[in-house]
Design a protein around this ligand. Sequence first.
Ligand code: SAH
Ligand code: SF4
Length: 355
Amino acid sequence: MKDKDSINIKDLSPQEIQDFVRDNNLQPFRARQISKWLYKKGVTNFDEMSDLSKEFRDFLEFSFSLEPSLQLVEEQVSEDGTKKYLFKLSDGNQIESVLIPDKKRNTLCISSQVGCALGCTFCMTGTLGKLRNLRPSEIIDQYILVNKYNENSITNVVFMGMGEPLDNLDNLVKVINILTDPHYLALSPKRITVSTSGLVPQIKKLGEQVSVNLAVSLNAPTDELRDEIMPINKRYPIKALLEASVKFPVPNRKYLMFEYVLLKDKNDSDSDAHTLAKLLRGIKCKINIIPFNEAYPLPYKSPTWDRVLKFQEILMSYRINVRIRKSRGSDILGACGQLAATYPSIKVTETQTQI
Ligand code: SAH
Ligand code: SF4
């Protein structure tokens, strides 16, 4: 008899699968067989694991579930080729993942939570509040399913979808281990980027466990302004954030990245650009400018294109490496900050987590 509440085998990290195999006195190569079937062959049923004995398959079936943790509700394709996937979770909550094709890359933008607790004033996800963390299986299934729908063409993963990944740190680390382990999904850590609004202690903890690219959503050059648009700044102000960020172990030949959402008449003046450049003086980094993506009912406007270019030009005059992130998928509300997984049928509210 199977326990109805048994955990999904894709909630286990590579280390936990090895521990399970060892604790049950199985030979170590069994762990590799399991990972091959789960992640290289993508089976959805233990019976398909044909080189395992019937007895072992039954034992796995007894111990774990293997149902897909996501159900596809809708796929939308933008004029620019960006695809947005709306998934339903087993409790009825909904999340979104976005696939962004580029010349050489196919980047999947993954969600880590249903909603987000941090309430940045320019972000749709923030308007939902935090409903709950995603389990590892719910995060990794976004990759597995979207990769399957797109002929295994995903090359890069960014944790820039719904939620604050560092507010779900343990599950994030498990997922990164599943993505990068050579016997699992074998993705290079250089192709993975975690974006954070700046949870300082968790930046340090993440860096102690994995080496991936880090993108820090700075978005303002002073504490006064950052306090106003990103409430988390009151807890972890800019100085502490920069100190933790520069210590983060990004992969070889990769740079720490700062994101800066440009909000018209809020943080986009010449003087803001000069202050920002001076703030980052001496830090080896790249800046990604993101012109604000409008979405009702957010209280800001996008800057004009001239303003965006001027802001970039000022930063470049300080020899800072700065790129403008093109808005992708905005016609289907798939661009940064526009994800709110519309049409949530049931909202299952967990106690709103305090950070
Ligand atoms: N919680 C994480 C990751 C998800 S948000 C974080 O905040 O970094 C991913 C990026 O989208 C962040 O850099 C955020 O500043 C940006 N963003 C949020 N809302 C936006 C909007 N409406 N327009 C443009 N970028 C936005
Ligand atoms: Fe949360 Fe990031 Fe949106 Fe801020 S920008 S509310 S941290 S998802």
